[in-house]
Design a protein around this ligand. Structure first.
Ligand code: C2E
Ligand code: CA
Ligand code: CA
Ligand code: CA
Length: 274
């Protein structure tokens, strides 16, 4: 190298830069939690495949960083999980979403939950408090959890799930088909719905392998009494095939991107709502 540094030195510099960067973002995340104006909950519509009627929304968190602009959840949720900030963040999203969606004429409000939240001792209690103080009906709440989080046997995960189910809260298995999920274990997991990961939907119309897998997933879900939602539906062709093979609900850019509450209200519930 012209400057005489070894490959290792360059690697080390990069690593150090990354660590500094991470610390800065974590510090900003911490201070942002004291001024939650930086966080914004967006909502993506969920549609019944038959008739394409709006049946629910999924809340998706956004962070408007004062200097970096909008930071996506994939960039800061993992950081929040590692630094113990996810519980405060999750509580903010749930409270915000429940009070915003309360009057919306929809069946389901879906909210993403991290493994770290689900295993925390007082999680079910915190959810109960938020439902109570916002007046949101537990039966309209669907918590989206990955299979890994759902299968956690240590911590208070299973007790929280049982307590929440007892309250009438629903569960969906998020990103189904990724990770180590197996069809055989579906019956053992206490969920109402599976959300088929968008990586399977992507190849539709071009890749028969994925269609066969999704058909098998839907078939088994039906046999087990579970509802199915396809994530990441971007084309009419994907939507058509999913309808044909019996998928219950559709979510994706084709039918509606995540947007601010006001924009969702304007599009679906009439512009003149006050
Ligand atoms: P997810 O739960 O799988 O959410 C769906 C993601 O797919 C969202 O990304 C959404 O914007 C995106 N998406 C929806 N339709 C389409 C489509 O047709 N095509 C493509 N390419 N993408 C589509 P987003 O909002 O960036 O969220 C990323 C992930 O961050 C979420 O994945 C979820 O795991 C996590 N997340 C978001 N909000 C929260 C939250 O409040 N709490 C927790 N714990 N995690 C959250
Ligand atoms: Ca989700
Ligand atoms: Ca997903
Ligand atoms: Ca996810």
């Amino acid at each position: 190298k012209a400057n005489g540094r070894s490959g290792y030195a360059i690697f080390k510099d990069d690593m150090e830069a990354l660590i500094v960067e991470r610390r800065a973002l974590e510090r900003d995340l911490r201070s942002a939690l004291d001024q939650p104006g930086q966080f914004e909950v967006h909502y993506q519509p969920l549609f019944e495949a038959k008739g394409r009627t709006l049946v629910g929304v999924e809340s998706l968190l956004r962070w408007n960083h004062p200097t970096r602009g909008r930071v996506g959840p994939d960039a800061f949720i993992p950081l929040a999980e590692e630094s113990g900030l996810i519980e405060a963040l999750g509580e903010f999203v749930l409270r915000q979403a429940c009070s915003t969606a309360k009057e919306w004429p929809i069946r389901t409000l879906a909210v993403n939950v991290s493994a770290a939240e689900l295993k925390s001792p007082a999680y079910a209690m915190r959810v109960a408090n938020i439902l109570m103080s916002t007046g949101f009906s537990p039966g309209r709440l669907e918590l989206e959890v990955t299979e890994t989080a759902m299968s956690d046997t240590d911590g208070h995960c299973q007790a929280n799930i049982a307590a929440l189910r007892e309250m009438g809260v629903h569960f969906a298995l998020d990103d189904f088909g990724t990770g180590f999920s197996s069809l055989g274990r579906l019956q053992q997991l206490d969920v109402d719905r599976i959300k088929i990961d968008r990586s399977f939907i992507h190849g539709f119309g071009t890749d028969n392998g994925d269609e066969a897998i999704v058909r098998a997933i839907i078939h088994l879900a039906k046999a087990t009494g579970l509802k199915t939602t396809a994530e990441g539906v971007e084309t009419e062709e994907q939507s058509r095939i999913l309808g044909k093979i019996g998928c219950d609900e559709l979510q994706g850019f084709l039918l509606g991107k995540p947007c601010e509450a006001a924009a969702l209200e304007e599009r679906f519930f009439g512009a003149d709502r006050t």
